[in-house]
Design a protein around this ligand. Structure first.
Ligand code: CO
Length: 173
């Protein structure tokens, strides 16, 4: 089921998420919804708070197939190690239309559980490394524009409000 994506200004995006301790059929259904919603919105990642759910869950697919063959659902992910820094352009389904250059770690190692509760490790650089950091930020109530300087951040929010107003979308930001 495709869920409604929440926009900047929705308080659920700012809430600290709760770790998952029930690895059941409901979690599997929820993850399937996240994946469907991400593909529908043509994103490379989507975090639970973006559909109004407070759990520590995110899905990432930086591949080109868009058929579920390269998707990674991450439950209770955390960054275990990181190295280097790199600037790259980034956007977010919760702030559609805004792209900014963001400084992040060049490479990260992330520990997470799958939908059955089994532990895994993933190492990502390039787009995957960036998506991992962006989505884990969501689980901590952080949006990518928070990583801009205050002036650039204000300009980005103003531009986004203008874009939303043009499309007749009411926002709270
Ligand atoms: Co995002």
């Amino acid at each position: 089921m495709i869920r409604t994506i929440r926009f900047l200004g929705d308080p659920v995006l700012r809430r600290e998420t709760t770790p998952v301790d029930r690895f059941d059929a409901e979690l599997e259904r929820f993850v399937a919804d996240l994946i469907e919603t991400m593909y529908d919105a043509e994103g490379v990642g989507l975090a639970a708070p973006q559909v109004g759910d407070p759990r520590r869950v995110t899905v990432i697919d930086v591949g080109t197939a868009r058929d579920g063959s390269e998707v990674t659902p991450l439950v209770n992910p955390r960054i275990a190690a990181q190295e280097g820094r790199v600037d790259s352009e980034e956007g977010c389904l919760s702030i559609p239309g805004i792209v900014e250059t963001i400084d992040r770690a060049a490479k990260v190692e992330v520990e997470y559980q799958d939908v059955r509760g089994e532990s895994h490790r993933i190492v990502g650089e390039g787009l995957l490394g960036r998506a991992l950091q962006h989505e884990i930020d969501h689980l901590d109530g952080i949006l990518f524009i928070d990583r801009l300087g205050p002036l650039k951040r204000r300009m980005a929010v103003r531009e986004w409000r203008r874009l939303m107003a043009e499309q007749g979308v009411e926002v709270d930001a």
